[in-house]
Design a protein around this ligand. Structure first.
Ligand code: BES
Ligand code: MN
Ligand code: ZN
Length: 512
C-alpha cells in the first residue's frame, strides 16, 4: 500500500528574496492599499510583476485564490505564489491556517516538492508568532493531505514528499515560529493519521482492525497504554449496548481503552479528562436499514472514535501534563440473522434498560456503555464525540458541529478551543424536556425520540449515562467529511475533532 505524502517542515532564517525554493508563498489581503514591505521588495526584484498581476485583475487577494509568478534572476525562488487572505479586518488565525492549506494543496497538485512560506509576514504583530507557526503547520498538513493508498496505478503519480519551510529574516522571529511549528507538526500529523484511518473502508477497518491500530499507536507512543475488551469480556462486563449493535456482524465489537499518563508530576493538580468516541466501522442501519444512496459514506461513522485515537497520540507527543482517558467503543452495524431488532430490550453496562425502536440509532447504544465506563474511572470531565444524528446536519449544515453539555464552564472552554482550532461548534440544548421524550413504557429508556430535535434528544439520552460528571457532547455528523475537494482540502474524512480536542487539552494543561 502507498504511504500518505510525507511532509517535512522546519523554520529557517533567510532573506526572503534570496530564499532558494521551488515556490515562495506570500500573503496579500483583498483590501490592502498598496503592497507591504516584503511584497514591495519582491515586486521590485520581479520587475513589477506582482503589481501587473493585480492591475490586470487576475488576483484580488480573495481568500481561497492564488496567483503564480515566475521568478527572475533577481530572486532565489523559481516561483512566487501570491496567496489571498481576504479582508484584513476579518483576519483570524484560521486565515493563516487556510492560506497555508491552500498553498500546500496547490503545491501537491502541481507536484512542487519544496515550498517556503512567508504568509505570517502579512499579519504583522497581530498574532503571537509561535501561534502563527503552529497554525501554519496545521494548515500545511491539512492542505497537503491526500488519500490514495489503494490506488495502484503509478503513472503520473503524485508527490511522495513535500518539504516546507517557514521563513523569516529575523532570527528571533524564526525561533518563535519554530516553537509553534513543532506542536503544529504533531497536531497536523495526528490529524492526517485520523483522516487515513477514517477513510479506510469497512472491509479493511473493522472493529478488531481498529483495536489493532490503537494497540500499535500505543506501543509506538511513550506514555500511552491500551487495553482492548473483546466480545467475551464485553459479555462478562455486561456491556449490552455495544454487544447489541455488534451482534449482526461477523466482525465482533471491541471496546478500546487508552490511557495517557504523563511523566511529569504536574498532572496530579489538574482534572483527569476522558474523551469517548463513537466508532461504528460501518453503519448500514442494521434491521432498520438505511436507503442505499450514499450509504458508502457510512464507513466514516467511526470518525468520532478515530478523533479520540489521534487526539491521544497528539496529547502524548506534546507531553501534556494531564491524565487523559481515550475510550472507543467499536462495532459494525449490519443486518443479519443474529442482529439486534426493533423491539429488543437491552441491559446496558450502567444497568439501565433500553427499548430499541430503531437499530439505526446505534451510536447512542455504544456510547452509553462508553460513557458509563468513563464515569466509573477516576475522571472529572467526560467529552464524547460522535457522528450521531442526521438531525444535527439538518440543524447546522456542514459548517459547525453540535455542542451539548451539562456544565457552562466546560461549554465555554470548548467554544474557546473551537475558535482557536477553526473546528467550529454551536451550542444546542439537551435538557429535561428532551430527556422526557426518551422515556419508554416498557424499559427505562428508548433509543429514539419524536420527530423533531433529534440531535437534542440523542444528547439527552447520552446525558443519562454520565453519572453526574461534568460532560459535553460533540455531534460531528456532517463535519466529519468533505463531499468534494476544495481549495483547502482533499475530499473524504476531514479529521474533525483532532485539532479541537487537542487544543482543548492544551488549554486545560496550561491552567493552574
Ligand atoms: N451515523 C448516523 C448519523 C449520520 C447521518 C451521520 C448522516 C453522518 C451523516 C446515525 O447512526 C444514525 O443513523 N442516526 C439516525 C438516528 C435516528 C434513527 C433517530 C438518523 O440520524 O437518522
Ligand atoms: Mn445509524
Ligand atoms: Zn451511526
Amino acid at each position: 500500500m502507498k504511504e500518505i505524502i510525507n511532509v517535512e517542515m522546519k523554520a529557517r532564517k533567510v532573506e526572503f528574496s534570496r530564499c532558494k525554493a521551488d515556490m515562495l508563498c506570500v500573503g496579500l489581503f483583498s483590501d490592502a492599499k498598496g503592497l507591504d514591505k516584503l511584497n514591495a521588495e519582491l515586486n521590485g526584484k520581479l520587475e513589477g510583476a506582482i503589481e501587473r498581476v493585480i492591475k490586470l485583475g487576475d488576483f484580488k487577494g480573495k481568500e481561497g485564490t492564488i496567483a503564480i509568478i515566475y521568478g527572475s534572476g533577481n530572486i532565489g525562488a523559481r516561483r512566487v505564489m501570491l496567496v489571498g487572505l481576504g479582508e484584513k479586518k476579518k483576519a483570524t488565525l484560521e486565515t493563516i491556517r487556510k492560506a497555508s492549506a491552500n498553498a500546500a494543496n496547490k503545491a501537491v497538485a502541481m507536484k512542487i516538492r519544496n515550498i517556503a512560506l512567508a504568509m505570517h509576514r502579512a499579519f504583522g504583530a497581530r498574532f503571537d508568532l509561535s501561534t502563527a507557526g503552529r497554525v501554519c503547520a496545521e494548515g500545511v498538513y491539512f492542505g497537503g493531505y491526500r488519500y490514495d493508498e489503494f490506488v495502484t496505478e503509478s503513472e503520473n503519480g503524485r508527490l511522495d514528499s513535500l518539504e516546507v519551510e517557514l521563513i523569516d529574516s529575523d532570527p528571533a522571529k524564526v525561533r518563535k515560529l519554530n516553537k509553534g511549528l513543532l506542536s503544529g507538526v504533531v497536531i497536523g500529523k495526528a490529524q492526517s493519521y485520523a483522516r487515513t484511518l477514517a477513510n479506510r473502508p469497512g472491509n479493511v477497518m473493522n472493529p478488531p482492525e481498529l483495536a489493532a491500530a490503537a494497540k500499535k499507536m500505543a506501543k509506538e507512543t511513550a506514555g500511552i497504554s491500551c487495553t482492548v475488551f473483546d466480545e467475551k469480556q464485553l459479555a462478562a462486563k455486561g456491556m449490552g449496548g455495544i454487544l447489541a449493535v455488534g451482534s449482526g456482524s461477523q466482525n465482533k465489537p471491541r471496546f478500546i481503552v487508552l490511557k495517557y499518563s504523563p511523566a511529569s508530576k504536574a498532572a496530579s493538580a489538574k482534572p483527569t479528562i476522558a474523551i469517548v468516541g463513537k466508532a461504528i466501522t460501518f453503519d448500514s442501519g442494521g434491521i432498520s436499514i438505511k436507503p442505499s444512496a450514499k450509504m458508502e459514506q457510512m464507513k466514516l461513522d467511526k470518525s468520532g472514535g478515530i478523533a479520540v485515537l489521534a487526539t491521544m497520540k497528539a496529547a502524548a507527543e506534546l507531553k501534556l501534563p494531564l491524565n487523559v482517558y481515550g475510550i472507543i467503543p467499536a462495532a459494525e452495524n449490519l443486518p443479519s440473522g443474529t442482529s439486534y431488532r426493533p423491539g429488543d430490550i437491552i441491559t446496558t453496562f450502567s444497568g439501565k434498560t433500553v427499548e430499541v425502536q430503531n437499530t439505526d440509532a446505534e451510536g447512542r447504544m455504544v456510547l452509553c456503555d462508553g460513557l458509563s465506563y468513563a464515569a466509573r474511572q477516576n475522571c472529572d470531565i467526560i467529552i464524547d464525540i460522535a457522528t450521531l444524528t442526521g438531525a444535527c446536519m439538518v440543524a447546522l449544515g456542514k459548517h459547525k458541529a453540535g455542542l451539548m453539555g451539562n456544565d457552562e464552564k466546560l461549554i465555554k472552554q470548548l467554544q474557546r478551543a473551537a475558535n482557536e482550532s477553526g473546528e467550529k461548534l454551536w451550542h444546542m440544548p439537551s435538557g429535561d424536556e428532551y430527556a422526557e421524550e426518551m422515556k419508554s413504557k416498557i424499559a427505562d429508556l428508548k433509543n429514539i425520540g419524536g420527530k423533531w430535535g433529534g440531535a437534542c434528544t440523542a444528547a439527552a439520552f447520552l446525558r443519562q449515562f454520565t453519572e453526574d460528571k461534568k460532560w459535553a457532547h460533540l455531534d460531528i455528523a456532517g463535519v466529519d467529511m468533505f463531499e468534494k475537494p476544495s481549495e483547502f482540502s482533499a475530499e473524504g474524512s476531514s479529521g474533525f475533532g483532532v485539532r479541537l480536542l487537542t487544543t482543548y487539552l492544551m488549554n486545560a494543561a496550561k491552567k493552574k
